[in-house]
Design a protein around this ligand. Structure first.
Ligand SMILES: NC(=O)C1=CN([C@@H]2O[C@H](COP(=O)(O)OP(=O)(O)OC[C@H]3O[C@@H](n4cnc5c(N)ncnc54)[C@H](OP(=O)(O)O)[C@@H]3O)[C@@H](O)[C@H]2O)[C@@H](O)CC1
Ligand SMILES: Nc1ncnc2c1ncn2[C@@H]1O[C@H](COP(=O)(O)OP(=O)(O)O)[C@@H](O)[C@H]1O
Ligand SMILES: [K+]
Length: 501
């Protein structure tokens, strides 16, 4: 699945209209029908439905929904935000049809015409502005959105909450606060970023039958889905031995933070590395052996023979002290194979100018947004950060994994957003697990981009499987590790390719 810009969505519509073929008014009817079905199926019908429409095609959808609801026996009231300009053709056609059925159509020319909204009795359908929004809301439209938001009523936004831009920041703008957003055919970038989360609520992607073959020609962000990952999995060879699947070195853990090393090492083993060695202080070997007998240890002060390791993971729990900085510097210059760089290793690199240039080609860096800021500076908003990641992925020869609800993976100017994972993972240790998993995939010979896509997807999927039996609030990083195997097994099932957000 791809994330399209407003222009690409428009082109996809036009392609479908030409090639299905279907008249644009019939495509609008189909889109409206999906929304009407959602409203009826979700039993909102006991409420008074107020439909607010603009005069573009988003408003046209609202009018078609109103008519379909009337045909289903309901009595919605329609409010059209009036600017004096003529509506689009499909808006006008639907307005004409609606006039045949109801007189409950009101034009809003000024704030005094805003209806009183009762949050206990009313349901608002927001069909003011959709993908055609081209400037922030102001004056009457902004006042109307404020009026709706202040009512605290349940809002269902059609396609996109009015006032929200599809592919750029709407931060500090006036935007509808929806409980549900019914978006057409594909997810959009605006639903991926955290800054918009308070406005879009629960996003439902409604299939309106646009022709999929159009997408093959489009270059844009892609979602990491089961389909993408299943085609990338390397099968285990019957004649394999532990050497076949690589020896991973994990430079992790320190005083008070050995848990990070153990979590990373256990996740690494559960994700298929042939051998795992933790590089840490000798004093902590006993803790590792007691928790994880399968892992080996090597003392941090010892000279490391890097040639025996197929991959390395550096950072979890090492601290930002001088001793750790020396190990990071040495590893960056001596370990020439791809490695995973996380947590304090990233903080150390951020504090030392020029060290970023020493990261071996093909490595994976896994910052969360704060670590990203320490490395690359502040960004004004989530969209600027995404653009920055894209530019950096061209500038540097490593894969960037920017962690979050929809983790972004970028390499060589191409980017993906993950679709698995849940807020149960918002607990210390989840990132250490990811470092271990990525190190395991590199050790087994997955290329860096494949490792990043597969590791991030499986990490979130393991957590999604875990919460079937564990409350999100109770989930531990250990629970993610305990479900890595289930995540891998579920990739082999061919049943469900659907997405939920
Ligand atoms: N495949 C699909 O996805 C399908 C999509 N469909 C639907 O089409 C929708 C897109 O329709 P659309 O292109 O007509 O644009 P829409 O969002 O209604 O608004 C444009 C109008 O708003 C105006 N305007 C803009 N900004 C403004 C502002 N800040 N303040 C005030 N005015 C502002 C602008 O006017 P102007 O810039 O000329 O002043 C123009 O008149 C899409 O979201 C979906 O609902 C389905 O019907 C079929 C399949
Ligand atoms: N709300 C969420 N939804 C999905 N994934 C999440 C969520 N919160 C955290 N995660 C995932 O959990 C991991 C947390 O990593 P990080 O912040 O480095 O934690 P730590 O260093 O404490 O282990 C990341 O992979 C992130 O994508
Ligand atoms: K809308």
């Amino acid at each position: 699945m791809k994330l399209l810009s407003p222009q690409q969505i428009h082109e996809w519509d036009a392609y479908t209209i030409e090639h299905e073929p279907i008249a644009s008014i019939d495509l609008m009817e189909r889109a409206a029908r999906r929304c009407t079905d959602f409203i009826i199926e979700h039993n909102f019908k006991h409420q008074q439905i107020l439909i607010f429409c603009g005069k573009g095609n988003n408003g046209g959808d609202g009018l078609a929904i109103a008519r379909q609801l009337i045909e289903a026996g309901l009595s919605p009231v329609v409010y059209i935000l009036e600017f004096g300009a003529k509506g689009t053709d499909d808006f006008q056609t639907n307005l004409h049809k609606l006039h045949q059925l109801t007189t409950a159509i009101h034009f809003i020319q000024a704030a005094e015409f805003f209806p009183v909204i009762d949050k206990h009795k009313d349901l608002v359908i927001d069909a003011l502005f959709g993908s055609g929004l081209n400037r922030p809301l102001q004056e009457l439209s902004a006042a109307l959105v404020d009026h709706i938001n202040n009512a605290g009523v349940t809002v269902i936004a059609i396609d996109v909450p009015s006032g929200m831009f599809i592919d750029k920041s709407s931060k500090d703008n006036i935007v509808i606060k929806a409980k549900y957003t019914l978006t057409f055919q594909a997810l959009k970038l605006c639903f991926i970023v955290a800054e918009n989360a308070p406005c879009f609520g629960e996003v439902h992607v409604l299939d309106i039958g646009l022709i999929n073959s159009f997408l093959q020609t489009i270059k844009t962000y892609t979602l990491v889905t089961k389909q993408l990952i299943t085609t990338q999995l390397i099968q285990r060879n019957a004649f394999a031995h532990k050497g076949t699947y690589g020896h991973a070195l994990l430079i992790a853990g320190n005083k008070g933070k050995m848990g990070a090393a153990i979590l990373a090492a256990k996740a690494c083993l559960r994700s298929g590395a042939g051998l795992v060695t933790i590089n840490t202080n000798e004093n902590y070997f006993t803790a590792v052996h007691a928790a994880l007998p399968e892992a080996m240890c090597i003392d941090r002060s010892e000279n490391i023979d890097h040639s025996i390791y197929k991959s390395a993971g550096i950072g979890p729990g090492i601290g930002v002290n001088d001793e750790s900085a020396i190990v990071v510097a040495a590893t960056l210059t001596q370990f020439t194979k791809p490695m995973v760089i996380d947590a304090d290793a990233l903080n150390i690199i951020a504090a030392n100018e020029g060290w970023l240039n020493n990261v071996p080609a093909g490595s994976i860096i896994t910052p969360h947004p704060k670590e990203f800021e320490r490395l690359f500076g502040k960004c004004a908003d989530d969209f600027e950060r995404i653009e920055k990641v894209m530019a950096l992925s061209i500038q540097y020869p490593f894969t960037i994994v920017l962690k979050g609800h929809h983790t972004m993976i970028a390499s060589k100017g191409e980017a993906w957003f993950n679709t698995t994972g849940n807020p149960g993972m918002a607990k210390g240790g989840s990132g250490d697990v990811l470092t271990g998993m990525l190190s395991a995939l590199l050790a087994q010979g997955y290329d860096p981009l494949q490792s990043a896509l597969t590791g991030v997807y499986l990490h979130g999927l393991a957590a999604d499987i875990a919460i079937k039996n564990i409350a999100q609030v109770s989930m531990l990083a250990t629970d993610i590790i305990d479900h890595i195997s289930d995540a891998i097994l579920s990739l082999q099932e061919t049943d469900d390719t659907s997405l939920s957000f």
